[in-house]
Design a protein around this ligand. Structure first.
Ligand SMILES: [Zn+2]
Length: 120
């Protein structure tokens, strides 16, 4: 199992295609100010930052699991990811951006609708 978060997952690419098809334009891999983290899909004018969160790495309440081996290491690691996500959201909110988190288990059109709701 990879220890790194995946970049440009299939879901992310599909979601970008979906948004693009609806006429939305955005930037990818934009830095979160003051950090090395990146916004998956950024809408600078609307100040909306979309993150696509994988169910495993971000410990989705519905599908998050802990591997049986090295359980406490994983619990610590995944909890750290969750804390980092909250910290990222807070940093963005402080500069007036709206962080939106999309679970990769969401249907693409539901996800696009949700994002669109923050853009109009
Ligand atoms: Zn999930």
């Amino acid at each position: 199992m990879r220890a790194q978060r995946e970049r440009d997952t299939h879901y992310e690419q599909e979601l970008r295609r979906e948004l693009h098809g609806r006429g939305y334009r955005f930037r990818i891999h934009q830095r979160v100010p003051g950090s090395r983290r990146e916004i998956d899909i950024a809408f600078p004018r609307a100040k909306v930052a979309v993150f696509v969160d994988g169910c495993f790495w971000h410990w989705c309440p519905e599908h998050g699991t802990l591997p049986k081996a090295n359980r406490s290491w994983w619990a610590e690691k995944l909890d750290q990811n969750r804390r980092r996500d909250r910290d990222t959201d807070r940093r963005l909110a402080e500069i007036g951006w709206m962080p939106i988190r999309i679970w990769e288990h969401m249907g693409l059109s539901d996800a696009a609708e949700r994002i669109a709701g923050f853009l109009s």
